[in-house]
Design a protein around this ligand. Sequence first.
Ligand SMILES: [Zn+2]
Ligand SMILES: [Zn+2]
Length: 291
Amino acid sequence: MPKLDHPYRNLTNGQWLRGNLHTHTTNSDGADRPQRVINDYAKRGYDFLAISDHDSLTSSRDYKQWDNRGMVLIPGNEITANGSHILHVGADRQVPPLPQRQEVINRVNAGSGLAVVAHSNWQEAFDYTSIDKMREWIGYHGLEIFNAVIGRLQGSPYCTNKWDILLSEGRRLFGYAHDDSHARSDIGGGWNMVYSRERTAKGILAAIAAGRFYPSTGVIISSIRVRGSRIRIETENARRIVAIGRLGTRLQVTDDRRIDFEANPDSGYVRFECWGDGEQFAWTQPFFNNA
Ligand SMILES: [Zn+2]
Ligand SMILES: [Zn+2]
């Protein structure tokens, strides 16, 4: 029987919190001032938010000048100039945009934050950050598999293709969904649901670091249960759930709100895409087979 390695153990004594970790304000090229952006997210019921302006650190100290409107504010920065954009989640230091992105990732990892490759399928070639670079770099935590703002630009907001290639090569990378909001109309496209025991920045960042979250554009996952090699995912509003394995292979397609899946010892990894109405999705993190 395969032994599955996954981040969704012990989902007890906590709660699912909704948040966006990629947000711009007038501190870089966003349209609105930070307080206005905070207000707009809070009004939509978000639990946490990170302001991640281009090459501009928003630290926990900076947040003290604004009213958090009941949200947990997470330090952030989008390392931008001189190359691929790297989101610094939980930024505890200003990392300069050195052209060597591996050095950027190393400097992020020297602190407590996480490096996330942003919108790699942006621009006309759908390849703003190539798979070769993403193969070469080590130590980043994950990648944006959905970036809403690319939906109104060239390229694709989705990046599950590169995720599957890297996962198939044995990389352990987590998927994120973000707004990358630059204006009010960008808010609410993609977010992460994080299972945290504490409604604090520390608690939320620890849960994210452990992979105890799932990216979403509208589908809500209500339960994730694993018994031996059996995985059961239940959602509130999916129409179809697809189990995806090595190099994107569809291992099972179930037209229902829930799926029961028996992991095969040879499958390497499996992840689940939960498809709802319109363009609503939820994606689980991968379940790895250590058999
Ligand atoms: Zn960017
Ligand atoms: Zn951005």
